[in-house]
Design a binder for this molecule. Structure first.
Ligand code: CO
Length: 155
């Protein structure tokens, strides 16, 4: 009997046109975020912000450079290509949409962690619907109602 269920990894493998790994997405999102602020992105800043070693950053930068998403010469700033900017913007928007959604439904703890985990697994269609839902929650003041509802959650 054929089953439609897959493991997480199975679904990821099914998604063939998705060429970026979760780690690549995390780096690109952060580079785009920094690029919006001051345009001069350094390997050392990325290592600090993502809590990783500089050697890991260098390896990832090389991978992203091969995909034509950024340019990086030794001892110089990392600059995004137009394609890198385009994808970076989508990734940062996706992050912000999920983070805002979690805040609006009254989540108070570990918002960043949950956002970082959720962002990689939702389809662009779902993200778009969540974006619309956040507008509805805001416009209709649903957050307070949600906060007053009891859940079975224990910390
Ligand atoms: Co993120």
């Amino acid at each position: 009997m054929k089953s439609k269920f897959r493991t997480v990894r199975g679904y990821e493998l099914q998604d063939k046109n998705k060429k970026l790994t979760h780690a690549m997405e995390d780096y690109l999102e952060m580079i785009y975020r920094l690029h919006l602020n001051d345009n001069y992105v350094k390997t050392s800043d990325l290592a600090k912000l993502l809590n990783v070693k500089e050697s890991s950053v260098s390896k990832m930068i090389q991978k992203l450079e091969k995909l034509n998403l950024l340019n990086h010469e030794k001892y110089k700033a990392i600059t995004l290509t137009n394609e890198g900017k385009k994808i970076g913007k989508i990734l940062l928007d996706r992050h912000n949409t999920i983070e805002k959604f979690l805040k609006l439904i009254g989540i108070e703890n570990n918002i960043l962690k949950e956002t970082e985990l959720m962002e990689h697994v939702l389809s662009s269609q779902t993200i778009e619907k969540i974006k619309i839902l956040t507008e509805i929650i805001e416009n209709e003041n649903i957050t307070e109602k949600l906060k007053n509802k009891k859940t079975n959650h224990h910390d």
